[in-house]
Write a protein that binds this ligand. Sequence first.
Ligand SMILES: Nc1ncnc2c1ncn2[C@@H]1O[C@H](COP(=O)(O)OP(=O)(O)OP(=O)(O)O)[C@@H](O)[C@H]1O
Length: 316
Amino acid sequence: MHTLIEIQKLRKQFGNLVAVDDISFQVDRGEVLGFLGPNGAGKSTTMKMITGFLTPSAGKIRIAGDDITANPLAAKRRLGYLPEGAPAYPDMTVWEFLRFIADVRELKGTLRQQRLDYVIQRVNLAQVLHQPIDTLSKGFKRRVGLAQAILHDPEVLILDEPTDGLDPNQKYEVRGLIREMAQEKVIVLSTHILEEVHAVCSRAIIIAQGRLVADGTPSELEAQSADYNAITLTVDAPSEQAENIRQTLTAIHGVEKLIILEEQAHQLRYQLLPKQRQTIVAEVSQTLREKQWSVSELHVDRGQLDSVFRQLTTAH
Ligand SMILES: Nc1ncnc2c1ncn2[C@@H]1O[C@H](COP(=O)(O)OP(=O)(O)OP(=O)(O)O)[C@@H](O)[C@H]1O
């Protein structure tokens, strides 16, 4: 696979504040990389450095081999960037703004017309084409920003919260567009919506206080969740038997801890956390068979991105 973004030991300091602290990663063609992290973690600052809008305090950034600081024009030609917030030039109409961006990107002739037609249709801008950007709703402003980012069909797309402010239908549309564009490009997007990571990202990076704390596929990250491979089960038995049942379940080989979820008259619901996230389903099933308890629910938890996110971003 071809590496399109290479980041080495990237650092950004604002006065005494270290906003980005020694971050290194690379992204290959075809990857959609999600940037996750709490407010103020350093996501936007990293994206601004990747796109050449901010100069790093230290470190190297290469876009398809070109250093963004030493050779900014070559690197920027391959880049499309959706910054956070609304597009600049609020007095321009959408049409004037897109034509202006086409000039900046030096698009000419039929290619220029094709690209303008494509983005207007693909990002659904026809109905607001002659409206000043300032008068658009938040969702439409976001879509204008996305249109200018993809107008010159760049290989590398950096999208800062692309679905922020969009309604559910628009979110669905934009995620579809991202997936569609992903094959031939590299897309880096930041988001606070963890379900978005599942919907579009092949890989995710978690940043906390300027440092990279996790890097993996969504499933790999979920496997770090404290409840990965835990078993949730409901035994239909009178509550007088609860203590005996709890003791039996806790004694099963591989079970680290039992959590009481619910103990009602005829419904005893527990979660069994395994030692070192190992699989315990066979041992638990065997015990249930031996005891011949009536079990109305049993499932293996696969871990959740939001609990991994909390684990990793509150421990720093
Ligand atoms: N120009 C600046 N001058 C001083 N401090 C800054 C500047 N830009 C960002 N910061 C600080 O750097 C830190 C990282 O900010 P950044 O915007 O990169 O976070 P973020 O992860 O994008 O947050 P959010 O999810 O809220 O967008 C914050 O503490 C922020 O206040």
